[in-house]
Design a protein around this ligand. Structure first.
Ligand SMILES: Cc1cc2nc3c(=O)[nH]c(=O)nc-3n(C[C@H](O)[C@H](O)[C@H](O)COP(=O)(O)OP(=O)(O)OC[C@H]3O[C@@H](n4cnc5c(N)ncnc54)[C@H](O)[C@@H]3O)c2cc1C
Length: 385
C-alpha cells in the first residue's frame, strides 16, 4: 500500500477541491437555510467525470478506481457532507451494482445516465419496520407474467423524491426472509403507481433530499429484475460494501473539516493575552482530533486499496466506516467546545458539523451493526468478502 498520491490522484484531488470551493461552498448558508437540493451540482460533477469511478469506460466511466473516487469524495464532503451522496447515490450504488449484476441491455440503458449526472440515482431497502434487519422487509413484488406488480413503502431513501433511476429491494418469495428478496431497477419517471414524499423533519443533511416512497400497484417491466431471482440479499450486501465507503469517506472528511476549523480558530482566538491554542487543554483536544482524523483517513484508504486490488474488504470497510463515524462525531463535538459561544452560533459551521456527523452512526449500517460485522469476521463466524 503506497501512502503517496500519484500525479493523477493529485490532479483528481485538486479538481474536486476547486469544484467544491467554487460550486458548493458559496451556497452553503442559503442551501442550509432553505433545505435546498441543487440538481445542477450533480450534472456538473458528471460533466467533470466525478461520478464514474471503477466503471468501464464504454459506459461512461472515467478510467479510474476506488482510491481516486475516495480522494474526490473526500474533498467534496469536506466542504459539505450532503454532496458525498452524489457519488455513492449514483456511482457506487446503482451504477456499480448494475455493472456487476446487470445484463448488457441494462448496463447500456442505465449506467451512462447515472455516470454523466443526467439521472439522479438512489437505492431503497429500508422500511418503517425493517432497518438493520433487511430480511424483514415487506415490500412485495408479484410476478404477473409479463410484469412485476410492486406494493409497499420504503422509508429514509436518500435522493428518493428526485431520483430518476434507483435500485429497489423487495420480497419475491413470501416467508423466505433474506432468501426471498430480489433487486429491481426502477425508472421513476416512467413507472405508474409510485408516490414520493419528501422527509423534511431531519436533524441534519439539509440540502440532501430524503424520502418516503410508496408503491401502490406499481408496474415494473419484467426485464427490470437485476441479477437472479431471490438473490437480492446478496446483491444488497455487495452494494452496501461499496456504498458504505461513501459514509466512511464522508465521515473522515467531516472530521478533517472540524480539525481544520478548530486549528484556525485556536490560533486566532485570544484569551488571557494569548491564542487559546497555547493552552494545554486545547492542545490535548487538537492532538486527539488529529490522531483520530489520520487514523480514519488511513482506514478509508486501506479499504479503497483493497477494493482496487479486488481483495476482500468487508471487515476493513466496516472498520473504516465505524472509526471514521466516531472520529467525526467526536471532532464535531470538540470543535463546538473550542469555538466557545461562537460554536453555538449558526453563523459558524459547528452546529452543522455536529448535526451532519450524527447521521453516520445510523445510515448504511448502525455502529452496532458494523461492530457485529468486524467481530463476526474476526471470530471466524462469517467470511470476509
Ligand atoms: C439521512 C438518512 C439517509 C438514509 N438513506 C437511506 C437510503 O438511501 N436507502 C435506504 O435503504 N436506507 C436509508 N437510510 C436508512 C438507514 O440505512 C437505516 O436507518 C439504518 O439501516 C438503521 O435502521 P433503523 O433506523 O430502522 O434502526 P434499527 O434497525 O431499528 O436500530 C435501532 C437500534 O437498534 C440497534 N440494533 C438493531 N439491530 C441490532 C443488532 N442485531 N445488534 C445490536 N444492535 C442492534 C441499532 O444499532 C440501533 O441502535 C437512511 C437513513 C438516514 C437517517
Amino acid at each position: 500500500m503506497d501512502f503517496g498520491f500519484t500525479e493523477e490522484q493529485r490532479m483528481v484531488q485538486e479538481m474536486a477541491r476547486s469544484f467544491a470551493e467554487k460550486e458548493i461552498a458559496p451556497f452553503i448558508d442559503e442551501d442550509e437555510k432553505n433545505h435546498h437540493y441543487r440538481r445542477e451540482i450533480l450534472s456538473k460533477m458528471g460533466e467533470l467525470g466525478l461520478l464514474g469511478w471503477s466503471i468501464p469506460e464504454e459506459y461512461g466511466g472515467n478510467g479510474m478506481g476506488w482510491m481516486e473516487g475516495v480522494i474526490a469524495l473526500y474533498e467534496i464532503a469536506k466542504v459539505h457532507t450532503s454532496w458525498r451522496l452524489s457519488i455513492s447515490g449514483n456511482c457506487w450504488g446503482p451504477a456499480m451494482t448494475i455493472n456487476e449484476y446487470g445484463t448488457e441491455e441494462q448496463k447500456a440503458k442505465y449506467i451512462p445516465d447515472l455516470i454523466s449526472g443526467k439521472a439522479v440515482g438512489s437505492f431503497a431497502m429500508t422500511e418503517a419496520n425493517s432497518g438493520s434487519d433487511v430480511g424483514a422487509m415487506k415490500t412485495f413484488a408479484e410476478d404477473k407474467g409479463d410484469h412485476w406488480l410492486i406494493n409497499g413503502t420504503k422509508m429514509w431513501i436518500s435522493g428518493g423524491h428526485v431520483s430518476d433511476i434507483g435500485l429497489l429491494y423487495a420480497v419475491t418469495t413470501e416467508g423466505g426472509g433474506p432468501r426471498g428478496l430480489s433487486c429491481f431497477i426502477i425508472d421513476y419517471n416512467n413507472t405508474p403507481g409510485i408516490t414520493r414524499i419528501p422527509i423534511h423533519e431531519k436533524v441534519g443533511m439539509w440540502p440532501a433530499p430524503t424520502s418516503e416512497l410508496v408503491f401502490e400497484n406499481a408496474v415494473v417491466p419484467k426485464e427490470n429484475l437485476l441479477g437472479p431471482l431471490n438473490k437480492g440479499f446478496q446483491i444488497c450486501m455487495w452494494q452496501l460494501n461499496n456504498t458504505r465507503m461513501g459514509c466512511a469517506t464522508g465521515a473522515a472528511a467531516l472530521s478533517a473539516a472540524c480539525l481544520e476549523g478548530s486549528v484556525n480558530y485556536a490560533n486566532e482566538r485570544m484569551q488571557f493575552g494569548q491564542p487559546i491554542g497555547k493552552f494545554q487543554m486545547i492542545q490535548q483536544q487538537i492532538a486527539e482530533m488529529k490522531l483520530e482524523d489520520d487514523a480514519a483517513k488511513y482506514l478509508v484508504y486501506r479499504a479503497a486499496w483493497l477494493k482496487d486490488k479486488g481483495l476482500p474488504s468487508q471487515q476493513e470497510t466496516s472498520m473504516a466506516k465505524l472509526y471514521a463515524c466516531n472520529a467525526a462525531v467526536h471532532a464535531a463535538n470538540v470543535a463546538m467546545k473550542i469555538y466557545g459561544s461562537y460554536g453555538y452560533s449558526t453563523e459558524y459551521p459547528c452546529g452543522r458539523w455536529l448535526r451532519d456527523a450524527k447521521q453516520f452512526e445510523t445510515l448504511e449500517g448502525t455502529s452496532n451493526i458494523h461492530t457485529t460485522i468486524i467481530a463476526g469476521i474476526e471470530l471466524g463466524y462469517q467470511p470476509n468478502r
